[in-house]
Design a protein around this ligand. Structure first.
Ligand SMILES: [Zn+2]
Ligand SMILES: [Zn+2]
Length: 182
């Protein structure tokens, strides 16, 4: 996706300048280690840029909501996400002027070449880091019946015909094995 409003032209930056970027991006889903998670409300961002010499400090936040399957019962769970945007852009040409120690003291450093900074990836990253490794619909979710897949939250008194069948089979299997070995 290309958002001209998220492209900062570094050639036009003046030291001491401050800039606010507010808006919304269109996003259907986000890729995280858990998988591809559907996005149900387009992310809204609010960022402040501060220019110091030819470095650009970016701070801000992003809000969106996502939909996950509960890890136990697979029901859809909605979750509000509040991400923190933080980046420190340093021109590639100027990196050799700084000592290694000085560079290490900066967090979230991004070296930019050319004359543009694209802030789109910062928004996506800020959301992605807030995505939990797994989600449960409630802490008491009973999950699914391991035999037939029935939702045990909806059927708390579930007595599984499949599990009885499985047990019965196993008893017969044991008897059959005994007989075969006689
Ligand atoms: Zn659940
Ligand atoms: Zn069952």
């Amino acid at each position: 996706m290309f958002y001209p409003e998220l492209i900062v032209k570094t050639t036009s930056l003046i030291s001491g300048q401050k800039k606010t970027l507010k808006g919304r991006i269109s996003l259907k889903s986000i890729d995280v280690p858990l998988g591809n998670i559907p996005v149900v409300s387009n992310p809204v961002y609010d960022m402040q840029l501060i220019v110091v010499d030819d470095e650009v400090l970016v701070k801000g936040k992003v809000h969106t909501s996502l939909e996950y399957p509960c890890v136990r019962c697979l029901e859809t769970v909605s979750m509000e996400i509040d991400g923190v945007i933080e980046a420190h852009y340093i021109s590639e040409e100027k990196t050799n002027l700084k000592s290694e120690e000085e560079m290490d003291s900066f967090e979230n450093v991004i070296y930019y070449g050319g004359s543009e900074i694209d802030l789109y990836d910062r928004i996506i990253e800020a959301i992605a880091v807030e995505v939990p490794e797994y989600v449960v619909c409630t802490p008491h979710c009973k999950g699914l019946c391991p035999y037939c897949g029935a939702n045990l939250n909806e059927e708390p008194d579930h007595e599984c015909a499949e599990s009885k069948k499985a047990e019965t089979n196993s008893v017969f299997d044991v008897l059959k094995d005994l007989k075969d070995n006689l």
